[in-house]
Design a protein around this ligand. Sequence first.
Ligand code: ATP
Ligand code: MG
Length: 578
Amino acid sequence: MKMSKLFVQTLREFPADADVVSHKFLARAGYIRKLTSGCYNYLPLMWRVLKKIENIVREEMDAAGAQELLTPFVQPKELWEESGRWEVYGKELMRLRDRHDREMCLGPTAEEVITAIARDGLKSYKQLPCNLYQIQDKFRDEVRPRYGLLRGREFIMKDAYSFDLNEEGLDESYKVMAKAYENIFRRCGLETKMVQSDSGAIGGSVSHEFMVITTTDAGENDVFYCDGCDYSANSNHAISNLPEADTDGSKFGFNETKIIDTPQTHSIEELCEFLHIPSTIILKSLVYIVDKKPVIALIRADKEVEETKLMNVVGGIDIRIASAAEIEELMVEKGFNAARGFIGPKGMDGITIIADKTVKDLKNFVVGVNQEDKHMVGANLSDIPAIEEYYDIRLVQKDELCPQCGKPLKVTRGIEVGNIFKLGTKYSKPMNAVYLDQNGKAQPYVMGCYGIGISRTAAAAVERYHDDNGIMWPVQIAPYHVTIVPLNNKDELQMTTAKDMYIKLLNAGIEVVLDDRDDRPGVKFKDADLIGFPYRITVGKTIVDGNVELKTRATGEIDTIKPDEAVEKVIKLVKEAL
Ligand code: ATP
Ligand code: MG
């Protein structure tokens, strides 16, 4: 490809709405252009990257025994009613009507469609296991489309669905997919961590996410991991053991139960300061709204609630902390008069109360009693409504202890590029998707599903590999492997050398861009760095001594070598990487 012909327009500035590195560089380097909120045109450079990722995914999925198919982007409401998701899937589901007033949606995922395909085709135990996948655009009307390709509304996903006879079969399919994912991300030049994750309200299910660990702001997930063993989990699923703490208020003089004045103590810090106590002897009561209903969460006050865990205990699909107005409304309803900071579980009959496991060990503690500027001290569990069960709704914090080996946990940020999920019979049962077993009895398939964000993976690679000057693609997914930059294209020797190398590289199957533009060297270098070609061969004045420069983008290393050596070296480096 000649640079003069390549469809790429680099920008001087980052787009104003880009707030993460990958969005900034992909836009400025001419890979993507926004069409409308959360929807991007993938320009030729981007499309090459995406196709490379797709091809790696395809090869590894095929090698793992999965079969590719393609389903329509628009899906009928009826199928979603069969699974029961038409009602529960929120506003992310883009619903529409056709001219006959039939309701449909833009596919955000394809469990229903592919389960229906399996139901039509997989009738006998002899046909199982089976794994079907596609690489397709998905549409989700995300609340906050942001971060460019990392969280778009329309994006490219590989989604696979496995159908097995039983749980053991699913375990095996799941393992095969985990291995395929490892291969995929390694071949994309990306290191990933496979971490345990939340699998929604369906109890007992297992799921893992593949995270690209990144130091940029774009990592939306906290990943807790242990150096001492292989434990690692998304914060929405992580558990930990707690170091010893003072949890008995009698140590701080609270030996009898009484209500005392605690003026203006709206926060835990203020309360601790006022009473000269650690927060470990306070029971904190937080009001959440889960699926529009108030829920009170109880937890030891030095800890935070993990919202996904709480939501799963309640069995909801939507959670947020209550506003001041909602708390006031609740107080009025229950005949109290207290604001945030003074809320407590007593007198909240009819409201769901969920207690964290940390509550169980509290003795002679401090707790709100729904009276402004007052707290109960020296309280015990008998002083609050009876708690039948204690749950883990606690957000893990750094340096708490690994649940497997007891070493202090570490935390890092990660971008989820893929996930694998044991669905069991969640879809096959309601959709009556069954096979006949050896005894001729109908059994629902035991299913798994496996997603990879193709476009998100490309963006995650940019988050992971860049410097101030631009992108540093891993060779495996770079749009082109190498660029040849003659510094002065009026110089005949420079141009003939450059063209000669260009032909040799092309013939060797190397993807090469010859920068034949009549521009200043500075402009050409800037573009080469911004676009992120893994290698750059510069043909300048040293060509009179028979030398060119070979620069490696990732390391900045420069070799001064003969043109033929540069060609050989690039061929070798690229072949080794692929
Ligand atoms: P997230 O928690 O990031 O919203 P998810 O749990 O909704 O992801 P899945 O529904 O399992 O993700 O989708 C499979 C994969 O598709 C994800 O692992 C991710 O890589 C990708 N993906 C999901 N949502 C988006 C999006 N809005 N933009 C780009 N890629 C996405
Ligand atoms: Mg999502």
